[in-house]
Design a protein around this ligand. Structure first.
Ligand code: SAM
Length: 281
């Protein structure tokens, strides 16, 4: 009897030991699986943060351009200059665009997750565009210039202290006609990573011309407080006014690329400008 009791105890101990080993193995395996899952989740999350999940803006852009006969005026190689900068930044950017057009949804889609703000001269055109794309953010701008004044403004701005590169501001700067002085606060308080100048109209004498947009972009870029440069893109540089104003305010030495009719400038903050502040360039 004693012998069979001992056998039973030994058998029971063996069974208990085996169950314990299986239990501990299962526990460790399930723990490993959970941490593996959470590792996979974090990798996926990190990758999504890096490349970004597809946003509603991007989907709307795909839908729009897949069903529209009208395409942006800039060519693929011109658009690619801005596209490459947005890709290289690898983060949502602050993108200020002069002009609403058939390219607007494309810029907003390429900067999905960032802030893309449009400044448009024509209030009726703002309404027309926003009726179909109310998710775009646009403000109407009042220009105080006309294209026919371009030469005179260029030769006289140096004698107006309010236009001086050392001190020129934009908000409320009524004395400097080249300063866009009456924009919404958001435009002044945001540090723009990219500024696209593809408006206002500059192809007839009474049109506002791009003089004030170019001057104001230069002032904004030079006022940058954060790290890095401001990327300024100017379209229609085959025209005299665009070219001459770019050379005066955006500077040849800061021109990093020219493709088709588009120039790309990288403008450092004023603290980094090596020359004294008597000239923009
Ligand atoms: C040279 S266009 C820029 C066009 C833009 N890059 C594009 O691809 O559509 C600049 C200005 O023309 C005007 N504009 C452009 N398309 C228009 C349209 N279909 N009807 C009325 N005005 C338009 C707007 O005032 C705009 O700011």
């Amino acid at each position: 009897m004693q012998g069979s009791e001992r056998m039973k105890n030994r058998w029971f101990m063996w069974l208990l030991g085996t169950l314990c080993i299986i239990g501990v193995t299962l526990f460790i395996a399930s723990f490993m699986q959970t941490s593996e899952n959470s590792l996979l989740c974090s990798i996926t999350r990190a990758r999504q943060q890096l490349t970004g999940p597809t946003t509603s803006m991007q989907l709307r852009a795909i839908l729009h351009y897949a069903t529209s006969q009208i395409v942006p005026q800039q060519s693929l190689s011109e658009i690619t200059v801005t596209f490459d900068v947005l890709q290289a930044l690898n983060r949502p950017a602050n993108f200020l665009v002069f002009g609403l057009g058939h390219d607007s949804l494309m810029w907003a889609g390429l900067n999905a997750g960032g802030t893309t703000l449009f400044l448009e001269e024509d209030p009726k055109w703002v309404q027309t565009v926003l009726k179909d794309a109310p998710f775009l953010r646009a403000h109407t701008v009042n220009y105080r210039t006309q294209l026919r004044e371009a030469d005179q403004l260029l030769s006289s701005y140096r004698s107006e202290p309010a236009c001086s590169p050392a001190t020129a501001t934009l908000r409320g700067n009524e004395r400097c006609k080249l300063a866009l002085q009456n924009l919404p606060d958001e435009v002044y308080s945001t540090e723009w990573d990219l500024i696209m100048i593809d408006a206002p109209k500059g192809y007839f004498a009474e049109a506002p011309g791009r003089m004030a947009a170019i001057f104001s972009a230069a002032v904004m870029a030079r006022d940058r407080k954060g790290s890095g440069v401001t990327h300024v893109f100017l379209h229609d540089v085959d025209r005299k006014v665009e070219k001459v104003y770019a050379e005066e305010f955006l500077c040849r030495k800061q021109l990093v690329k020219g493709v088709g009719r588009l120039w790309h400038f990288e403008i450092p903050p004023r603290a980094n400008h090596s020359r004294d502040d008597e000239r923009f360039c």
